[in-house]
Structure formats: structure tokens, C-alpha cells
Design a binder for this molecule. Structure first.
Ligand SMILES: [Zn+2]
Length: 537
């Protein structure tokens, strides 16, 4: 036997045998899980014995919607979160200025974690403010929702956005009182240049690293996640350079992380032409779903809703990237071709369109495991249809303690209590997985687990308390249930003989600490494929 973990409080997440004391690992897989004496008997002279000293062991966390590659790039850029000291608009400008001072002129720089409502002075930055950070670098300050940004004057020039440029479909180029772009871009006016167009800002910035630099960046990001107990993630849009980097990092032995890479629908034709399908790749990096964006976000008032947003006056009903015919066509195309589909849909109007589109092609079963990302604003009737169609949902409880007040403002006190109905969704037997949508929120799963149990906003308000889930449910949604999204429930997600040895040790038992303290539990060790990849004991 290669390794034996003993004296643990092991929560296997298996329904039939939920508790154990020891685990034996051989060839990267779990050989046996059980009581101390029976497992210790398997030790031979070469066996590495790890004494867990009563620590709590869980299957490694799986984040089913996490912008891994964007986060990897952004965390090399200016950190503009309040947690990094940016509490006023001017702090954000200073952080960007400091990044510019270290970057050769002409190169793009980005800031991340910014939103006016997160700042003490609520300052709405425009290009004029960002020009004070640098006029020699194009700057893109990404909104915390990742559905918009502020750019400086040089960036507007590079993007070719002038007074005469019309708003793109599904996007807004905000203007000053003279009609000139003021630097604030939302939805497709931002997502297009950042990601979807070629060359995108993202791909230009990635190309500025050499191959070794990209591998370094990706493996640094993986190390961050492993430290949080995350052993795998679904990256919702991966471009060719990034997919290549993941593979090279794996080849170099620098990427002990299970990455399920989604391909944007606009980029998927060559994949289909080549016959590359979901699951293609290796144990570590494989092709996942086709990703489609239908609407925007709640706090940015761009999620497509049926009733106008409660505030501010005139906030409207959100945006859509497709009309009904358009989304029908996309769903039909990929479903027919046998691809798994993952659709960003947040507002009830977008969800209605999406359910219609899926309803045209799906029966009661969902063999391709199509899923909805977010689904925060499902009506009770829509929840019934999600159940009927067998659709999966991946959603983000960790938004509550970050964006909850923004959601309440957007929807008003009453409607906001009916968002993110996790308890109802589980009661109806719908497959649900948790995720962070990082870099929107912190990737730490323990924050999401806490928030799904406590449902509190940053200011401490209750956010739909009727929909709180239990700690057991929350842990399962980040482990056992999450594995279904990549068809890997037989492979990982629980601690059972035969599955890969992906496990974590925590200093405290999240089922026993008060729920509000779950996020203070510390990951002490992360094991992936039987190897200790993070050791903080
Ligand atoms: Zn996302």
C-alpha cells in the first residue's frame, strides 16, 4: 500500500457509509475506506502513514463554474478589491497607477474586484479617472460582476470606440453629455473585446507571456485553489491558447488539477468539424460543455427580467444576447450534435426563453446533462419545468455575502427574498451543484457553504431565509453532486474504494462548528490522485 491516512474523522459523502477513520491509497486511487484497525492491517514496510490526528477529511471540492484562466490572468494584475485596500475610488486609481509603473508602455493592464457600490465613496469611475492612472497603457478595470468594465481613453482608441460607434446588440457603450464614450462598457460591449473577438484583450495579454510564463501563471493559480481544497474546476470559456497552456502545464507535471474546459458556442464549429466531443482529453484536462451566454447579471441590472428592476428608476428589464429563435437554434444545434450545453441565464425572462428552447429538443431525460448557470430568478412554475426536463443547475451561494445587498436593491425587499431557491430546488429533486464564479466571488468553497446555510448579505440582512440549506447538503453540492456535471460520479466526488484519491483535511468539522464560522475552517492538506499537493499541517 502506498499511503494510509489514519485517525481521521472521515466524511465520505457516501450515503450508505458516511463515516470512517482511515483510508488506504494505491496507484492514485482509494483502495479501501474503513475503521482504523482494518485499514492499518494493509500497511507494508514501504507504506507512508499519515496520522490525521482527528482532522476532518472530505472529498476534494469541485467548483462547477469558475473562470480559472481569467482569474489566473487577473491575479497577476491590479487587485482593486476592498479586501486589498481599495476602499475609495482614488485607491483604485492608485492601484492601477502602481501596476502601470511596472508595465512597459503600450501593454494592456487590468484591474479586478472593482464596483462603485463596494467603495465607501461609491465613486463611479470613468475614463477621465483612469487616464490619471496612465495615458500610456490601455487600461481595463473589470467590474466585480465580470459583466462590465471601465476603460481609459487609450483603451477606447485601441478598441475603436468613438462617438459614432453604435451600441452592440446586448451591450452598452455609456456616453458623457457630449455623446462621447465615457469609458464604462457593459455586457457585450465589454465581453466582446475582452473575450469573444479576435484578437481579444485576454488573448493579447496571454500572448505577452512566453510559454513558460503562461505555465507558471496557470500553475500558480492551481496552487491557490489546491490550498483552498479545490481539486477541480469547470472553466466556462477556454480559448485555444489557454487550452494549449493547460495541456502544456499538465505535460510539465505542473498542473495537478482536474480542469473541465468549456468552449464558447461561437468557437465550437472547428471542434465539431474535427469530431472532438465532451470528455476528449486526459484525466486532468478535458473538453467539457459548450458555453452560451443568454443574459447579464442581477446587480448590474442586465439579467433579463419580466418585471422591471425595482431601482434605480428606469433601470429597465435587462439585456439578452439572443432572441427566442436565436437561442432555439443554438440549443438545437449542439443538442443534436451530442454536446453538453451550459447556458448562462439569470433573470426569469431569460430563463423562460431557455426553458422553451430546451423544451423543444429534450424529453424528460437529460442524457447530455445540459445545465443552467446561475438560474437565480427561477419562478416556481419554471422550477417545475426544470425538474420535468431533468436540467441541472450550477449556482453560487457565495454571491450572498458579496453581492446580496446589490441584489436586494435591484429586486426590492420582497422579490429579492425569492431569489436562489436552493432548498426548493433540492426538494424537487433537481441536480444542483455549487460554484464560485470566481473571479466574481472569492473561490473559497467554505464561504459558499457558509452562505448557503446562513444567507446573509454584507450588511447582515437575511437573504431569503426560507431557502437555507443544511451543512450536509452544502458539502454534498461542492463534492458528490458536483461530480455529476462532468459525468464523473463514478470516478470522484465521494471517498469510496476505486475512486481517485482526491481528498482534503480540515482542522475543524464543518458539520459541528456554528454555520457562520464554517468559512474559518482551515484546509490543512489537499491530496489529488493520491499525491499530497498542499501541505499546511
Ligand atoms: Zn461566470
Amino acid at each position: 500500500m502506498e499511503i494510509i491516512f489514519k485517525n481521521g474523522n472521515i466524511l465520505t459523502m457516501e450515503k450508505t457509509a458516511p463515516k470512517a477513520e482511515a483510508i488506504a491509497v494505491q496507484f492514485g486511487r482509494i483502495y479501501q475506506v474503513g475503521q482504523g484497525a482494518e485499514i492499518e492491517k494493509l500497511a507494508t514496510s514501504g507504506t507512508k502513514i499519515i496520522d490525521l490526528k482527528g482532522q476532518t477529511v472530505l472529498p476534494g471540492f469541485i467548483d462547477t463554474h469558475n473562470h480559472f484562466c481569467l482569474y489566473a490572468l487577473l491575479t497577476d494584475q491590479a487587485d482593486c478589491r476592498p479586501a486589498a485596500g481599495c476602499v475609495r475610488g482614488e485607491d483604485v486609481v492608485e492601484a492601477l497607477k502602481a501596476k502601470a509603473a511596472k508595465t512597459p508602455p503600450g501593454k494592456w493592464i487590468m484591474g479586478w474586484g472593482f464596483a462603485p457600490y463596494l467603495l465607501d465613496d461609491k465613486k463611479e469611475l470613468t475614463r477621465v479617472d483612469l487616464d490619471r492612472a496612465s495615458k500610456k497603457h490601455p487600461i481595463c478595470l473589470v467590474h466585480v460582476s465580470v459583466h462590465g468594465a471601465v476603460v481609459n481613453s487609450l483603451a477606447l482608441r485601441e478598441l475603436g470606440f468613438t462617438k459614432k460607434t453604435p451600441d452592440p446588440p446586448g451591450g452598452v457603450i455609456a456616453r458623457d453629455n457630449k455623446g462621447e464614450p465615457n469609458g464604462i462598457l457593459s455586457e457585450s460591449a465589454f465581453m466582446g473585446p475582452l473575450f469573444f473577438q479576435s484578437p481579444s484583450i485576454y488573448s493579447k495579454m496571454m500572448s505577452e507571456y512566453d510559454g513558460a510564463g503562461r505555465i507558471e501563471m496557470i500553475s500558480r493559480c492551481a496552487a491557490r485553489f489546491l490550498k483552498l481544497g479545490i481539486v477541480g474546476a469547470h472553466d466556462p470559456f477556454v480559448d485555444p491558447l489557454t487550452l494549449g497552456t493547460y495541456q502544456e502545464a499538465e505535460d510539465a507535471g505542473r498542473f495537478p488539477f482536474r480542469l473541465y474546459a468549456y468552449i464558447l458556442n461561437q468557437w465550437a464549429d472547428p471542434l465539431m468539424a474535427a469530431g472532438v466531443k465532451r470528455g476528449f482529453g486526459s484525466e486532468w484536462v478535458k473538453i467539457g460543455a459548450i458555453k452560451i451566454f443568454l443574459d447579464g447579471g442581477m446587480s448590474s441590472r442586465t439579467a433579463a427580467v419580466t418585471k422591471p428592476y425595482a431601482s434605480p428608476p428606469g433601470a429597465g428589464k435587462g439585456i439578452l444576447n439572443y432572441d427566442q429563435k436565436g437561442i432555439n437554434r443554438e440549443i438545437e444545434k449542439f443538442d443534436r450534435a451530442g454536446y453538453q450545453i451550459s447556458v448562462h441565464a439569470q433573470g426569469d425572462r431569460a430563463l423562460e426563453m431557455l426553458l422553451k428552447a430546451f423544451g423543444r429538443v429534450m424529453d424528460r431525460e437529460n442524457p447530455l446533462r445540459h445545465h443552467i448557470v446561475h438560474a437565480g430568478n427561477l419562478t416556481p412554475e419554471q422550477i417545475d419545468r426544470v425538474k420535468e426536463l431533468g436540467l441541472y443547475i450550477t449556482s453560487q451561494p457565495n454571491f450572498f455575502s458579496l453581492l446580496g445587498d446589490g441584489f436586494m436593491e435591484a429586486y426590492g425587499p420582497e422579490r429579492s427574498q425569492k431569489l436562489y431557491r436552493f432548498k426548493t430546488i433540492l426538494k424537487r429533486g433537481i441536480k444542483l451543484g455549487f460554484s464560485s464564479d470566481c473571479p466574481v466571488a472569492e473561490p473559497n468553497p467554505l464561504i459558499g457553504i457558509r452562505d448557503s446555510i446562513c444567507r446573509r448579505t454584507p450588511s447582515g440582512k437575511e437573504f431569503g431565509p426560507a431557502e437555507c440549506v443544511t451543512a450536509e447538503q452544502a458539502l454534498a453540492l461542492y463534492t458528490r453532486e458536483a461530480a455529476y456535471f462532468s459525468f464523473e460520479e463514478e470516478e470522484r466526488g465521494t471517498l469510496q474504494a476505486g475512486k481517485v484519491a482526491d481528498l482534503i483535511a480540515l482542522d475543524k468539522n464543518p458539520l459541528h462548528v456554528p454555520p457562520q464560522e464554517i468559512s474559518d475552517c482551515q484546509v490543512k492538506m489537499t491530496v489529488v490522485g493520491g499525491k499530497i499537493v498542499y501541505d499546511g499541517r
